[in-house]
Design a protein around this ligand. Structure first.
Ligand SMILES: NC(=O)c1ccc[n+]([C@@H]2O[C@H](COP(=O)([O-])OP(=O)(O)OC[C@H]3O[C@@H](n4cnc5c(N)ncnc54)[C@H](O)[C@@H]3O)[C@@H](O)[C@H]2O)c1
Length: 431
């Protein structure tokens, strides 16, 4: 298993100027004489500012510029980035004038493709927030562009940098769960996603501002809950299963927040995966595993977690804590009794199943805990990405192929919801 650099060393790296100059192909990666990687951030809204704050704690990074075409957000970004960072309302001018070595893209989903392409064309390595693209077609084109370059590219699915999920992957790989037979995941929240618009409803710019701030609620700009939340969890499933789904059935709608939004406020999906037995099983025949995913905006009881079930154990995963429950084995329901001659004879009692409990707690026992309290997977993913930039190692922890598979996984669910039919995962993206 390949661990993110940051997880294998648990330390940040510091690049010396001499080391940088010795590697001709990476010479423009580093700020002159400072030994730092010159980073620019495009889109300094909620997530972009988070990323700026994390980057400002990473010694190897120098934030040389931030760009946002909405003044209040640009101001926030500048405040977190520090005085050395130049500000631009036009990101293309920034690319041209600053020529950053690394561009972090945190604009709304519908702009990911164009901004990533422009950043790649400027020669920069690119970190793009999830979901990689708004459509599968854009994803294919972006993947082809990245594969045809020597540029480092990473998608911001930060669980890939989280020690809990890396531990879980190792547990599954070594067979601790036995045969994987099912998975269940959800991201349930109780909030409406709508952001307030800072001008009166009658203001000429209200409409434009509302769309800008609430882009998540409109299909032209957003792919709704599946892209904003489901992408994280379906990435975990693709990763843990080392596979893409075969197909998906899904349903969803605007059933609670009827406020003019176009994206569903609740979605329910059933994915099918075809997996190969790997752990000492006699049969080598591929078999089907089903995964349910749901996302809500009106009840937060279950929060966000993934449950991966196997014949020997169950993994309950969140970004702060993981739990491994080992199975006790099949229930003895008392149906099989020895007869007088000592051979087995089946006795099925009518109306009552003996010794079988439906108590959900009875099967769990004391779990093995995997802890990441105090961990910060967003910072870890950036540290890992910058290591790859320094090393010119194109196989990042979430490269363009993983990003494309992830985007296609969530986009076929939206297609299934719209078409009210089962949708197949594109064959050419399965392996
Ligand atoms: N990995 C995670 O956990 C995580 C969390 C939140 C958001 N995200 C992702 O980050 C991205 C941004 O989400 P957000 O919540 O920060 O949205 P946001 O609306 O808060 O921020 C987006 C910013 O992009 C700016 N922008 C729009 N067009 C631009 C342009 N042409 N040039 C420069 N800036 C432009 C907007 O003005 C805004 O400030 C989305 O893709 C989202 O899915 C990821």
């Amino acid at each position: 298993m390949k661990l993110p650099h940051s997880l294998s060393t648990r330390r940040e790296f510091i690049v010396t100027a001499a080391g940088a100059l010795a590697t001709a192909s990476v010479s423009n990666v580093f700020a002159q004489g400072a030994g730092k990687i010159r980073v620019a951030v495009i889109g300094t809204g909620g997530r972009g500012c988070d990323l700026v704050r994390k980057l400002s704690t990473i010694e190897s990074a120098e934030i040389v510029a931030v760009s946002d075409d909405y003044e209040p957000h640009l101001r926030n970004g500048a405040r977190y980035a520090g005085k050395q960072a130049k500000t631009f309302s036009d990101y293309r001018k920034m690319l041209e004038q600053i020529k950053p070595a690394v561009v972090v893209v945190a604009v709304p989903l519908w702009l990911h493709y164009q901004v990533c392409c422009d950043a790649l064309d400027s020669g920069a390595d690119v970190f793009c927030e999830k979901t990689m693209t708004h459509s599968i077609e854009e994803g294919r084109k972006l993947a082809a562009k990245v594969r045809g370059s020597k540029q480092v590219f990473q998608v911001g699915l930060q669980r890939r940098a989280n020690p809990i999920y890396n531990q879980a992957r190792a547990m599954i790989e070594t067979g601790m769960l036995g045969r994987i037979t099912a998975a269940r995941c959800q991201w349930h929240r109780n909030n409406n996603w709508r952001r307030p618009v800072p001008v009166e409803r009658t203001h000429a710019k209200w409409n434009e501002l509302e769309k800008r701030l609430n882009w998540r609620l409109y299909r032209k700009f957003s792919q709704g809950l599946m892209a904003e939340l489901g992408s994280h969890q379906m990435d975990v499933i693709n990763w843990m299963f080392d596979a893409a789904p075969s197909r998906v059935m899904a349903t969803g709608g605007v059933d609670y927040w009827r406020d003019g939004r176009e994206v569903a406020d609740n979605v329910f999906c059933i994915y099918e995966y075809t997996l190969k037995p790997t752990h000492g099983e006699e049969s080598r025949d591929p078999y089907t595993v089903r995964v349910t995913y749901s996302s809500l905006c009106n009840n937060a009881y279950e929060g966000a977690s993934e449950l991966i079930m196997g014949t020997r154990g169950t993994l309950f995963l969140t970004d702060k804590k993981g739990l491994l429950f080992l199975e006790k084995g099949a229930d003895d329901v008392g149906w099989v009794k020895k007869d007088a001659s000592g051979t087995n004879a089946s006795i099925v009692t009518s109306g009552k199943t003996l010794g079988l409990t439906n108590d959900p707690w009875a099967f769990r026992g004391k779990p093995v805990e995997i802890d990441n309290e105090g961990g910060d997977d967003t910072r870890e993913e950036l540290v890992s990405f910058l290591h790859h930039v320094r090393d010119r190692d194109l196989q990042t922890i979430c490269d363009v192929n993983i990003g494309l598979r992830n985007a296609a996984t969530i986009l076929i669910a939206n297609e299934a919801i719209d078409a009210r039919k089962t949708v197949e995962f594109p064959r050419d993206l399965r392996s």
